[in-house]
Design a protein around this ligand. Structure first.
Ligand code: NAG
Ligand code: NAG
Ligand code: NAG
Ligand code: NAG
Length: 199
């Protein structure tokens, strides 16, 4: 476990949002989804955004959870290798949550602006002056297509990017959406909703 308790430790807030979000959800996508063997999962297994401790999963992948009443959570772990120096691998952890909608035109939109202070990206780069850093992260997404189907005996969710490309398959891990917390704002009192460095 990588622990960065010195960052963001002050001012943890838990504010509940009592919003009713029943419109625009779809029971087809409700549950917990993950790529590959399910090494990357939303929820507490991924870490604790309140004190910025994220567990690095054994393999790269991403995970989404969607609730029936319109909340979602997202977790991803990716590697980027450096073409110039193959030892300089960069690892990225992303976590955010918010609301989602299955739109009438066949798209899915996710919106994390209401929890803009919560999202995190943690970057580890063995060759950077600062080998590990954590930043605010908030990004809304538009998935141009989505399809739930059966693939090799598993229930699969295939999301399509706005540019037409298909994202790696996710399989249903559980009918129960797994979250750290869907409908609460945890953390900071900051006004900049873009990805911002804070040290
Ligand atoms: C972060 O919080 C979790 C849950 O409260 C706790 O188990 C863990 O020990 C904490 N880690 C640090 C470094 O404070
Ligand atoms: C890639 O490696 C080179 C040489 O070590 C380094 O100068 C550069 O910053 C690295 N790029 C990234 C994106 O880490
Ligand atoms: C589909 O609807 C969503 C939500 O209204 C909108 O953001 C998106 O631009 C629409 N996409 C197309 C291709 O019409
Ligand atoms: C957030 O920051 C604003 C401006 O500094 C301040 O007025 C407000 O009291 C803060 N809210 C909390 C919950 O700390």
């Amino acid at each position: 476990m990588l622990s960065l308790p010195s960052l963001f430790q002050a001012g943890a807030l838990v504010l509940s949002f009592a919003a009713s979000l029943s419109q625009g959800a779809s029971t087809d996508v409700v549950g917990t989804w993950s790529t590959g063997s399910g090494a990357v999962l939303t929820g507490t297994a991924f870490g604790n955004p309140v004190n910025n401790t994220f567990d690095y999963p054994p393999v790269a992948g991403y995970s989404y959870s969607f609730t029936e009443d319109g909340w979602y959570e997202e977790a991803s772990f990716t590697w980027t290798s450096n073409a110039t120096d193959h030892h300089c691998i960069q690892a990225n952890i992303i976590w955010q949550h918010g609301t989602y909608k299955v739109n009438a035109n066949g798209t899915i939109t996710t919106d994390s602006t209401m929890f803009a202070g919560d999202g995190r990206v943690q970057v580890q780069n063995a060759c950077a002056a600062q080998s590990s850093a954590i930043y605010y992260y908030q990004e809304n997404n538009l998935f141009a297509t989505w399809a739930v189907s059966t693939w090799r005996g598993k229930t699969m969710l295939r999301l399509g990017s706005y540019d037409g490309s298909l994202l790696p398959r996710m399989y249903k891990i559980s009918d129960t959406p797994r979250d750290y917390m869907f409908d609460s704002l945890y953390l900071s009192n900051h006004t900049d909703s873009s990805t911002t460095r804070r040290r």
